[in-house]
Design a protein around this ligand. Structure first.
Ligand SMILES: [Zn+2]
Length: 444
């Protein structure tokens, strides 16, 4: 049992920020067993962070392409289909080499933990051994992870070296990957992962849908990401991407649909009925999506939403920057950007979200999307958290812009705004997953 005395923020709804100003959180075997105001629980604590740190729930990154880590920051001025063919597929082919894969995974998982990503939802690669190794790395370094072997077999839409030999073998390889991932302990959850409809034959999609039904495993895929992808599916099936996925049995409770930018209201309603949701990737929206996902519209229709970096379709490793960007792109969606249009025709009214909403997406919203008991400081949830060091006045580090000024930043809402928008890895002294310290800049 460990007792933490903390000042913390968490949100149980997009419009409800809770400030725990001086509380004791008790953690037993990774589970939060008590949360009390310090005044009600004056017994000694093991870790006292009040005054020096602000504690947040760990971040959930709902969409990461692990093998794209070495291409972070490259080719981002290309359209999606060219970026995939010219940058992504050649790199992903290298993961047939398990040693290369292991070296990338170690660096990626350690870096994401240092950025406060306590849960990541990973697309691994088509390769069985590399996929299992990613799960092993997450278990070893202590990151909560959903990991999926990427299934793809379409003869015209995939390069031969990244193609499952047949639909049946694509399903078999997924079964084997998930069996082995399922043996790696409580932090690792296997996921059924058809890359996206264009890369898969009907038979593979149907086989994976049957597998989801028979095993209950969570599904992740891409949905209506860009004009090209959305139109490609509509042309092949005469229906929306969402409806096609549903037809193959892939739209289920906690299915993670990456991007969803071009999902219509009917699609969002259908996803909501199935319990599926969207991994909103604001940075990637700016680069590849041809549109911005409307968080507020999706939430109003009951669709689950979390936040993702889309590494490497987004060029930032941390979820913190996605919170800031989620607010920014929602403002651009609401206002529009073309001054040649009249103001009333320029944007999509009612689209903007505030920083609490973005924070909820990155924590409790993401946890709800994937069905993991994290994201808030509440009895019964797992203790995944991060401690942001709070420097005061001019004593801050030059590597960070985060400062609290006496007499200026005394209001909790203002402190929260600064922490969410400004805290980076240099400010994270502790990162805990399942009650165990896994990363941070401060020595134990
Ligand atoms: Zn993606």
């Amino acid at each position: 049992m460990t007792r933490y005395r903390i000042e913390a923020f968490h949100a149980d709804a997009p419009d409800r920020l809770d400030h725990l100003d001086d509380h004791v959180v008790t953690v037993t075997d990774g589970v939060i067993t008590a949360v009390s105001p310090r005044a009600d629980d004056p017994a000694p604590v093991d870790v006292d962070l009040v005054g020096s740190h602000v504690v947040l729930p760990g971040f959930v990154d709902a969409h990461v392409h692990a093998p794209q880590w070495p291409q972070l920051g490259t080719g981002l001025d290309l359209p999606l289909e060219r970026w995939l063919a010219e940058h992504t597929f050649p790199l992903e082919s290298r993961y047939a080499d398990a040693a290369f894969a292991a070296s990338v995974w170690r660096d990626l998982v350690a870096t994401l933990l240092a950025h406060g990503t306590t849960t990541a939802v990973y697309f691994a690669t088509r390769h069985l051994e590399a996929t299992v190794e990613l799960g092993r790395t997450c278990a070893a370094l202590g990151q909560r992870a959903l990991v999926g072997r990427v299934a793809m077999d379409h003869p015209e839409m995939t390069p031969p070296e990244l193609r499952d030999p047949s639909p049946a073998e694509g399903v078999e390889l997924t079964v084997e990957a998930n069996r082995r991932l399922g043996e790696l302990g409580p932090l690792v959850t296997p996921v059924i992962t058809p890359r996206f409809v264009p890369a898969c034959t009907d038979a593979l999609l149907a086989g994976l849908g049957d597998l989801a039904a028979s095993t209950g495993a969570i599904v992740q895929t891409h949905c209506s990401e860009s004009d090209w992808e959305h139109a490609h599916v509509a042309e092949r099936f005469g229906r929306s991407d969402t409806a096609v996925l549903d037809g193959f049995g892939l739209l289920r409770d906690h299915t993670v649909l990456a991007h969803g930018d071009h999902m219509g209201d009917d699609d969002l309603r259908l996803a909501a009925r199935r319990g599926a949701g969207v991994a909103h990737c604001p940075r990637s929206n700016m680069l590849f999506a041809n549109a911005v996902f409307g968080v507020r519209r999706a939430r109003a229709l009951g669709t689950r939403v979390g936040l993702g970096t889309d590494i490497a379709g987004g060029d930032q490793p941390g979820v913190a920057s996605q919170m800031s960007l989620a607010v920014a792109v929602s403002q651009m969606l609401e206002d529009g950007v073309d001054r040649d249009l009249a103001a009333e025709r320029r944007g999509a009214p009612g689209s903007r979200i505030d920083v609490v909403h973005a924070f909820w997406l990155a924590t409790a919203g993401g946890a709800d999307l994937i069905g993991q008991p994290v994201g808030r400081f509440e009895v019964g949830r797992r203790f995944d958290a991060l401690a942001v060091r709070v420097d005061t006045g001019g004593s801050g580090r030059a590597t960070s812009g985060l400062r609290f000024w006496d007499g200026v930043d005394d209001e909790p809402a203002r402190r929260f705004d600064k922490v969410v928008r400004l805290a980076g890895p240099a400010d994270l002294d502790h990162v805990w997953v399942d009650g165990v310290r896994r990363s941070g800049t401060m020595a134990e």
